[in-house]
Write a protein that binds this ligand. Structure first.
Ligand SMILES: [Cu+2]
Length: 126
């Protein structure tokens, strides 16, 4: 998860991870929740008027059968909005993922500083 330290907009951040699906059917990440955020959405990057913007991903993020999906800067990500606290490098944040087979996974996500593509995650300040 991206630290908010030094960010222009400290009310939002994003989480990135790899999701592995050992099963024989495709599965979707359908929602996420965290106690540090008022609202958590699943986002994708899309071209709009010639530039990349992020938007809510319809139906969630698919993890193909016996394969994996990377959530990374510039691609799909878990968006945390309405942050209730600053997130510093070294912090750990609880994040609960819910999948299309009704399973949930409770994660403890390390907070790190990112510098690349910062502007994509702060569209209102550009
Ligand atoms: Cu986003």
């Amino acid at each position: 998860m991206r630290a908010t330290t030094g960010a222009e907009d400290t009310t939002m951040t994003a989480a990135f991870m790899s999701l592995t699906n050992p099963g024989n059917t495709d599965i979707k990440l359908t929602s996420a929740a965290s106690p540090v955020a008022g609202l958590v959405q699943l986002h994708e990057m899309a071209a709009k008027d010639g530039k990349m913007v992020m938007q809510e991903k319809p139906g969630g993020i698919t993890v193909p059968a016996t394969s994996h999906t990377h959530l990374s800067p510039g691609g799909d990500h878990v968006m945390l909005m309405g942050l209730k606290q600053a997130l510093k490098p070294g912090d750990e944040v609880p994040l609960t993922l819910t999948f299309s087979d009704n399973t949930t996974h409770d994660l403890t996500v390390p907070v790190k500083s990112f510098t690349e593509e910062q502007e994509h995650y702060h569209p209102t300040t550009k």
